[in-house]
Design a protein around this ligand. Structure first.
Ligand SMILES: *Cc1c(COP(=O)(O)O)cnc(C)c1O
Length: 466
């Protein structure tokens, strides 16, 4: 049926709500949602019929309703398979938490918690107290505080120590981290005047010494975490910089970025300076992220001199940048795992993934390739096991890659490759790979749940892509 007769025959929202196949949907999604979606479905049909389309039957209307309800249900922030090869992928939420941290945060979410309440005295407590001792134990620092992320840690430290005064930074360390975190802009937001010294590739002790004046509040050292200057270079080692700062009576703030608490060379990775190293070198304050190599939830830490940490805690900005009980619970559980370094790599998912050996990943790729091939080869795709290289991501060890393995899917055409990537992205649990040399590469370093992966992949069946 089509035309005006079809429009007249179109059921009303009320009629559809009474249909036997719709009432279970009302039960599940609620009357308001189903009514709104039905109205939208019927509106679309009305437009289609006016344009010469035919009137669908009740089944057709219910099918459209179902698909709209499913889409509404489906969260945009849903779990994905990160097969991009970047382990700490900022756009995919960085570190995966250990089960201990997940359990601790769930418990904190569900019930009231002694967040700022001292159970021993019955008096008001401090939210940082749950982490302070652990952080000092793991870094060798005198005191510690926690804020929303490392950008916030740098901001509040700069503002507290240097607002209205100057900070000296090497031109080789004026970094942009991405997403509007540019050191000069952060300085400006903190009300600190930037004094650049040295050149892009070489900065010497005398450059710092000559720049120090009455207005100098601090020297900022920034770990150039997402790039490396190579060749004819010079930078002043942390310990020497600490001595210069101390001599001049100014603060040395070291922004470490990724901030690992352990020596990663133990797991076959390059050596990043640890927080303990930075503290031992004599930095007055060290800032680092909670969700990079540390493997916890998003957070920023400042560790160092007790008097300076106390000053930072008195800054009204602290209240604006503070962390909630859910993350404090997850962070405390994560930090506790570091007390047992021997079992760390089996309990901390980020470290576990970074430490996986290529041979093990390759064996996994060989197990999975036939299954993927069975789905995609009939459609003209070529599926093969390949070697690839993963990276840590989030700016840690930027030039270092880790030998890995995965599945390489080549397509009969560029549009077929694009169609396959789009289909993978549209799955209930999307599969995200990396486009490389005209193929889609699925780096399996971060794949732990093979069964879930195969189940998600099986949804591809019946979708002609190429
Ligand atoms: C990542 C990074 C930051 C920003 O940290 P967030 O936790 O993303 O806010 C700042 N400084 C350096 C050196 C970094 O590597």
């Amino acid at each position: 049926m089509s035309g005006p007769a079809a429009l007249r025959a179109l059921p009303s929202v009320d009629q559809m709500l009474k249909a036997a196949s719709v009432s279970p949907l009302v039960e599940r999604h609620g009357r308001v949602v189903v009514t709104n979606e039905l109205r939208a479905v019927l509106g679309d049909i009305r437009i289609a019929v006016r344009g010469g389309g035919t009137l669908p039957g009740e089944d057709g209307i219910v099918a459209s309703l179902l698909s709209r309800l499913d889409q509404r249900e489906c969260s945009t922030l849903r779990p994905v398979f990160n097969l991009t090869g970047t382990v700490l992928h900022t756009n995919l939420g960085r570190a995966l938490l250990a089960e201990e941290a997940v359990a601790a945060s769930v418990a904190a979410m569900r019930d009231a918690a002694a967040l700022e309440f001292d159970l021993a005295t019955g008096k008001r407590g401090e939210r940082d107290s749950h982490l302070q001792e652990l952080l000092c134990e793991l870094t060798g620092a005198e005191a510690a505080t926690i804020v929303n992320n490392n950008a916030a840690a740098v901001l509040i430290a700069l503002h507290t120590i240097g607002a209205g005064r100057q900070a000296i930074v090497s031109r080789g360390e004026l970094i942009e981290i991405g997403g509007a975190f540019r050191m000069p802009d952060i300085m400006q937001s903190a009300g600190v005047e930037l004094v650049e010294v040295g050149t892009t590739n070489r900065t010497h002790a005398k450059d710092y010494i000559n720049a120090i004046g009455a207005e100098t509040a601090l020297i900022l050292k920034v770990h150039t975490s997402n790039y490396r200057i190579e060749g004819f270079t010079a930078a002043v080692p942390g310990a020497e910089l600490a001595a210069i700062a101390q001599e001049a009576g100014v603060v040395l703030l070291n922004d470490l970025g990724a901030g690992t608490l352990i020596d990663l060379s133990r797991y076959g990775l390059g050596r990043e300076p640890t927080v303990r190293d930075a503290v031992a070198e004599g930095a007055d304050l060290v800032t680092f992220s909670g969700d990079k190599l540390l493997g916890g939830p998003q957070a920023g830490f400042i560790v160092g001199r007790k008097d300076l940490i106390a000053e930072i805690n008195r800054n009204p900005l602290k209240r604006a940048l503070r962390v909630d009980k859910i993350r404090i619970a997850a962070m405390a559980a994560t930090l506790k795992l570091y007390r047992d370094p021997d079992r760390l790599a089996s309990r901390l998912p980020t470290l576990k993934m970074l430490a996986r050996q290529q041979a093990e990943i390759r064996a996994q790729a060989e197990r999975l390739a036939p299954e993927i091939g069975a789905l995609l080869t009939p459609q003209g795709y070529t599926v093969e096991v390949c070697c690839c290289s993963s990276q840590i991501g989030s700016g840690a060890l930027p030039v270092e890659t880790i030998q890995s393995a995965g599945i390489r899917i080549a397509a009969p055409s560029g549009s077929a490759l694009e169609a396959l990537s789009a289909l993978f992205r549209s799955l209930p649990r999307p599969i995200l790979g990396r486009l490389q040399d005209g193929a889609l590469v699925l780096d399996l370093r971060c794949l732990s749940d093979e069964a879930a992966f195969l189940e998600s992949l099986s949804e591809v069946r019946g979708h002609a892509v190429a």
